[in-house]
Ligand binder design. Structure first.
Ligand code: XIL
Length: 455
């Protein structure tokens, strides 16, 4: 007997027929297109600069590669080589070697075997305008009422350094080779070899030398820190050091930072250096007097940092200077180091604190200018925006300096040439670009800011 279907089998058949009827027997439009190869969608310009751009689109799952076209016209009849159906497997393209400030049209299609999709939508991309070339007029030619200084070291007196130093600056400071630990490394043995190279370089190139710094707690040789003689012998040793050094360079070194950074950051008190411990609070005036005795014509400066923002320290230093002036202790000038940042201090504070110095009839030296671009460590490279901000701060500093009374003008010194050479990178242990030249000896916007500050 032929058994047709049992009830349970009928149920299964019914369910099967029901499910089959639910699924489509004809592909809908969408799946049909997938089969036929979709065009790339969602084109986005992911990078753009003066000579290149990058476009990314959603990967098309059925595509094995893409063909891109770049044209100068929206009708795609002026192709930009090599982008005439240039084939690549990735869903992204870098279009390079373009003209700046030019509009380009871009489209792309998917490829699989010998099949091609329709082209995508057309995207128009305009490359950025090339930056105006920065003016490279030498600073010393534009700054006619004061000297423009640069911190140098003997390992960087040749090559491109030499060319730029000679062109741009008329005053140099030894960044570290005219400090006591270098010039007087062991008892009774002076070593002026590095200082001589720097001074000779300046003389040969008609530059002034700013001597920096005879006494600085951070560059005191260890034999002086641990001096074994009496206090009187200590004082004689310092007198000999100052007179030997200053007289050696009399007529060649125009000015000296005799004591550098003598005050604590808070409390308005003298730093308790070995000089203060051994010689007493009047060690500073003694050093100033010995300097004057060794070279009656040199200019004698006091130099310190954070002079603009640290009022307590500034007032303590200025009170010392007032006292020196009252009592006839030699002092000619005051140095604001000017290790500052792109975002401070403000121009008005720099101006008002400078006035406190110039009102006293002293020379004012902006002695170690650098402008941190990355004080909060929020950048991994110098952005255009930040370099503009840095430029503005340099411009403000120069505007302030240029506006002080002529009789107080001395020099504005920049603390190093190229960004990667700046002492600040080691000092803060993070990236920064604080100077006026980049790693390749190209002038930065900050250099233009200096020039604009003189206009
Ligand atoms: C720094 C130099 O830039 C470094 O090369 C050196 O190793 C240490 O001194 N205040 C000063 C300068 O007066 O002498 C310092 O220069 C920076 C801070």
């Amino acid at each position: 007997m032929r058994k047709i279907f049992q009830l349970s089998e009928i149920k299964i058949l019914f369910i099967f027929l029901f499910c089959w009827s639910c699924s489509s027997d004809e592909p809908d439009d969408n799946s049909m297109m997938q089969l036929e190869l979709n065009s790339p969608q969602n084109l986005v310009v992911t990078q753009i600069n003066e000579t290149a751009f990058q476009i990314t689109w959603d990967a098309v799952s059925s595509a094995t590669s893409y063909q891109s076209q770049v044209s100068l016209t929206p009708s795609f009849d002026a192709f930009v080589a090599p982008y005439d159906n240039l084939e690549d497997s990735g869903n992204q393209i870098n279009v390079i070697n373009l003209e700046s400030g030019t509009s380009y049209f871009f489209k792309v299609r998917s490829v699989r075997d010998d099949k091609y999709s329709e082209y995508s939508e057309v995207i128009e991309v305009t490359t950025e305008n090339a930056a105006e070339p920065e003016p490279d007029t030498p600073l010393k030619e534009v700054a006619t009422t004061f000297s423009v200084g640069m911190a140098v070291s003997t390992s960087k007196l040749g090559g491109q350094w030499d060319a730029i130093y000679k062109r741009e600056y008329n005053n140099i400071t030894a960044e570290w080779e005219m400090k006591m630990n270098i010039m007087y490394p062991s008892e009774g043995n002076y070593d002026f070899s590095k200082a001589d190279l720097i001074v000779d370089y300046a003389v040969a190139n008609n530059m002034d030398v700013h001597g920096h710094a005879l006494i600085w707690h951070a560059a005191t040789p260890s034999w002086v820190e641990n001096f074994t003689g009496t206090d009187e012998e200590f004082s004689e040793m310092v007198e000999d050091y100052i007179k030997t050094t200053v007289s050696r360079y009399a007529g060649k070194v125009r000015s000296w930072d005799v004591v550098n950074e003598a005050f604590e950051d808070s409390g308005g008190v003298l730093r308790n250096s070995v000089f203060r411990q051994r010689m007493g609070d009047d060690y500073i005036e003694k050093c100033y007097q010995w300097t004057r005795e060794a070279d009656p014509n040199c200019l004698i400066f006091y130099n310190d940092y954070n002079m603009v923002i640290n009022e307590t320290k500034r007032m303590a230093a200025l009170n010392m200077v007032d006292d020196f002036i009252d009592r006839g202790v030699p002092i000619d000038g005051f140095g604001f180091q000017m290790h500052i940042s792109y975002n401070g201090p403000s121009k008005s504070l720099i101006a008002s604190t400078s006035k406190e110095v110039t009102d006293r009839g002293l020379l004012l030296h902006f002695s170690e200018l650098d402008v941190r671009a990355n004080p909060n460590n929020d950048l991994s490279s110098l952005t255009v925006e930040r370099s503009e901000q840095q430029k503005n701060k340099v411009k403000e500093v120069v505007e302030v300096y240029n506006a002080i009374p002529e009789s107080s003008k001395f020099a504005l010194t920049i603390w190093g040439l190229r960004d990667p050479d700046s002492w600040l990178i080691d000092f803060w242990g993070q990236n920064d670009w604080p100077l006026l030249y980049d790693a390749n000896f190209n002038i930065k916007k900050a250099h233009t800011g200096f020039l604009e500050g003189l206009e």
